[in-house]
Design a protein around this ligand. Sequence first.
Ligand code: HEM
Length: 372
Amino acid sequence: MNFILGILFSIVVVSILVFIPWIGVWAWDLRFVFGVIVPYAAIAIFIMGILYRVIGWARSPVPFRIPTTAGQQKSLAWIKPNRIDNPSNAFGVIIRMAFEVLLFRSLFRNTSLEFRQGNRITYEWEKWLWVAALAFHYSFLVVVLRHLRFFTEPIPAFVHWIENLDGFLEMGIAPFSGFSLPGILISGFVLLAALTYLFLRRLYISQTRYISLPADYFPLFLIIGIATTGVLMRYMGAFMQFIFGADWFSVPVVNVKELAMGLVTFHPVIPEDIGTIFYIHLFLVSILLAYFPFSKLMHMGGIFLSPTRNLSNNNRMVRHVNPWDYPVKTHTYEEYEDEFREKMVEAGLPVEKISEESAEDKTGSSEEAEKE
Ligand code: HEM
């Protein structure tokens, strides 16, 4: 039942976040607040938050070499080591990190335990999570890179290449004569589909549902909100205009570019005619930026600072001494016995070394006993 509360809570929070700029811009005309102040504040929080987290991790002591290993360690010449899954030098670490960051290799190797035919345990390859995670992250990256067209002048060539590749279907839909939808860019739809899958998977798999928190649902819904408002702007603006004569989702891209260029050149301007939907999109993006450093999304930076991933396993080749080690004042058993030997002997306790005095005492008393 708790998961329903978590989902409801996240939906309510994201809905409030949609209403804030909606009311703010539509009813109170606070376009400067939502078009300039909020984005600047969000970027400042994003940069400072990331620095804070990264510096915090960088300053955390790592006294032990704790790389995760999943293959044969380098040892004797005739035993074949696994250079990627058990890297013994920096080169191996970089290759493993690249596989992890670019291809999510550990997710690829993930398995889940299933009961088949009664109590028979099997391990299933969790391929769909890996596929959806790749689809989500790469489509997000492509969408963000494509957005550089708003923030750059001249637009770098690679942005055009990505856009051409992303719109390779070259499918502009023309449902009615005299009207056509802009060309379909696949990444926006892949992004939404992957997010939907990741959400449904959390609901469907009981173990995942059990451990899911609002902190897991909220970023999903927030990014769904960003992608949905983006898709509405791109594909529904002209459509709504054509059908209802309403400019609810119409956003003149030229004006958006003017606003975006104003932000990056620190000469903010608020052009006319940008619909409220754009400010909702921008506000949700700002919230995502401000939330990012303090959320689980920081795994993006954390992976590089994780000692289980960024250290090589050379434990057999190099002796690693804890750098904090300081000479600890010890009291060995020998010292203890030296200190208390007489008392121990008196009390009849066994001792490892017998002092001359007590040895004499002992021999004296045994001689006396013999005489008697
Ligand atoms: C996390 C960052 C962002 C994400 C994930 C995102 C996502 C999207 C998506 C999925 C679309 C649908 C069309 C497409 O696939 O390109 C879109 C459209 C749009 N986005 Fe964003 N967006 C982001 C940031 C921004 C920012 C900062 C701006 C401000 C300039 C912006 C302005 C727009 C505009 C104007 C459109 C409509 C584009 C068109 O009509 O071609 N977005 N966005």
